[in-house]
Design a protein around this ligand. Structure first.
Ligand code: AGP
Length: 616
């Protein structure tokens, strides 16, 4: 949450920062701002609302300079006002700071600073940190301003509890930026005669592909030609320069009107990328070398725990069904935010997986650390290469989906389920799954991209269905077995981008209370491919229809019997039941997309949300 970008080089900083903020806007869009240093003068511009507002302000009040920091905010402390927008200044007005994270003890620090006469302009925790650093800086007036600034930041951070990714500039130290992180992501981009600091690589990829992923407690000092990294105690810190694994074009919308639609349409290739090189025909199994486990270690696994948040937790739920079905290993899904505080009993043969698109979700990261603290091997299923979860996990599998920028997760869900299906296949083939069944699954996995294409061809038809229900005040999503999680995911998509109440349920639960919500105004979306519970689902559809509830059904091609009872039927190709959520979720993604667009919602930046949730 919140995006940071800093630039120091020979070019004019403001346009580079604006472009970087645009690429980071998915991390938060409540306000934005920048501080630019020119010689010994600091200029700040900030505005509540979207980056367009900041751009408008800059055209009225331009700033020049070759060094600056900027921020796009997802509000935690204080409303999205101009005053609460970052950067925040210290008491002298000569130091500016941008911050992503939460300073948990900011009230105590503020009270302490007030005693020294500090006055605050905002309600934010971040402004307190700016004042604290400035306070320490001003109390030692000797020495080189750059060294003083680094020292002041180090001293101040020692007094802070909470999380931070920060960038700081000071008018006494032109051409110099300091960054530090604890719990919030921060990367350094290394260019020629220019260097960058950013929350993620998407902000800098059009300038450089050389990046350093900072570790917790790292502190970096940047000039246009040099950088140094140490930890906040002043000790040397190890780092590695990595190559960014995607191109700037991949992070652009191209021909599509929204990132979400682009990412829905990328699924044939993103699913292919998730299984490419991982199918082992000789052994009718899967290859997941990144897990780093020997066959014996895999054989000894007695229980699996899958952790994630939001969409990733729904993919985990599908994984639970798949792994138990194929490998007969007891598997549980833990919402990461619950897992980290619940202290669940884990025995020594339990394997823990954390699942995350961004690799930065704070609760998922905390679940990973909790699992490791207990001495477990924790593996990651992650999209973002080099992210904190990817680096801290003890192995795992990348999704290779390319950047997912739309706030609503789409292609990451289908790739996560694909990787979990590979895991189920691998573990299954080490236990009871026959060669025949393994081979069938391999064929089915290979066929997925083509089948997804056929569903995407129905986008316009799904749009017509969405338009029919445009005034619906709410929607129910119902599914069973492998498609119960799909129903949860469909409901999450609908509510997060269209702001109507939508809830997902195990279809047979309808009679236990939910049926009270059925009415002619509230459509029920049934996810009911032809499987072992198809007939049961048909009976539930009848029950909804008997109460005059409209029904949209997603089912398998050929099951035209449903057209008699459902109002609208969307067909998906026939598929192995374990893999059916990979196909059945796509009509739900398209339904929520077209529905939200028709209602005038900003689908890529839904209100109150941010793409990666890096605060608790
Ligand atoms: C879903 O559309 C959301 N954007 C959200 O639930 C997301 O899946 C969740 O925050 C987890 O994110 P992660 O995969 O990056 O960890």
């Amino acid at each position: 949450m919140c995006g940071i970008i800093g630039y120091v080089g020979r070019a004019s900083a403001a346009p580079i920062l604006i472009d970087g903020l645009r690429r980071l806007e998915y991390r938060g869009y409540d306000s934005s701002g920048m501080a630019i240093l020119e010689d010994h003068t600091l200029a700040t511009r900030k505005r509540s609302g979207r980056i367009a507002n900041l751009k408008a302000l800059l055209s009225e009040q331009p700033v020049s300079g070759h060094c600056g920091i900027s921020h796009t905010r997802w509000a935690t402390h204080g409303e999205p006002t101009d005053a609460n927008a970052h950067p925040h200044l210290d008491a002298s007005g000569r130091l500016a700071l941008v911050h992503n994270g939460v300073i948990e003890n900011y009230q105590a620090l503020k009270q302490h600073l007030v005693q020294f006469g500090h006055e605050f302009q905002s309600q934010t925790d971040s402004e307190v940190l700016a004042h604290l650093i400035g306070h320490v800086y001003d109390s030692s007036s000797v020495g080189d301003p750059r060294a003083r600034l680094v020292k002041a930041i180090r001293e101040a951070l020692k007094q802070v509890s909470g999380t931070y990714g920060i960038a700081v500039v000071h008018a006494d130290a032109p051409g110099f930026i300091v960054g530090a992180r604890l719990g919030s992501p921060l990367i350094v981009g290394l260019g020629k005669g220019e260097n960058f600091l950013a929350s993620d690589v998407s902000a800098i990829v059009s300038h450089t592909t050389n990046a350093i992923y900072l570790q917790d407690r790292d502190l970096v000092a940047l000039t246009e030609d040099e950088f140094s990294i140490e930890n906040v105690d002043g000790d040397e810190a190890a780092y590695e320069v990595s190559k960014v694994d995607f191109t700037p074009e991949q992070a652009e919308m191209g021909e599509f009107p929204h990132y979400m639609l682009k990412e829905i349409f990328e699924q044939p290739s993103s699913i292919q990328n998730a299984f490419r090189g991982r199918l082992n025909d000789d052994q009718a199994s899967a290859v997941l070398g990144g897990l780093g486990l020997t066959p014996r270690e895999l054989r000894d696994v007695e229980r699996i725990v899958l952790c994630g948040c939001g969409t990733a937790s729904h993919a985990a739920m599908v994984g639970e069904y798949i792994i138990e079905h194929l490998a007969r290993i007891p598997t549980e899904v833990e919402i990461a935010s619950e897992f980290r505080y619940r202290n669940p009993p884990l025995d020594k043969n339990t394997l823990v997986f954390v699942i995350s698109q961004s690799g930065e979700t704070i609760d998922t990261l905390a679940a990973l650390r909790e699992g490791q603290r207990k001495g477990h091997r924790v593996l990651g299923v992650v999209n973002s290469v080099g992210s904190t979860i990817a680096r801290e996990s003890d192995g795992g599998s990348y999704l290779h989906s390319g950047p997912e920028i739309g706030v609503a997760a789409t292609k990451s869900f289908t790739s996560q389920v694909t990787v979990l299906a590979l895991l189920g296949l691998l573990l299954g083939r080490m236990r009871h799954l026959s060669v025949d069944n393994g081979q069938r699954l391999l064929r089915e996995i290979r066929d997925l991209p083509g089948k997804v294409e056929r569903i995407l061809e129905q986008s316009e038809r799904i749009k017509e269905i969405a338009l029919k229900y445009i005034n619906a005040p709410g929607m129910l999503f119902l599914g069973r077995q492998f498609n119960y999680p799909t129903a949860l995911e469909g409901a999450l998509k609908m509510k997060e981008i269209s702001y109507i109440f939508a809830s997902g349920h195990a279809a047979a639960e309808l009679k236990h209370g939910i049926i009270a919500l059925v009415s002619p105004e509230v459509p029920s979306v049934f996810v009911m491919p032809k499987d072992a519970v198809y007939e049961k689902n048909v009976s539930t559809v009848e029950e909804v229809k008997a109460r005059r509830g409209p029904v949209i059904a997603v089912t398998t091609q050929g099951h035209t019997d449903l057209e008699r009872i459902a109002d609208d039927v969307i067909y998906i190709p026939e598929v192995h039941e374990c893999l059916s959520p990979i196909l059945s979720v796509i009509p739900l993604q398209l339904l929520s997309y077209h529905f939200a667009v028709a209602r005038g919602c900003d689908v890529d930046k839904p209100r109150n949300l941010a793409k990666s949730v890096t605060v608790e």
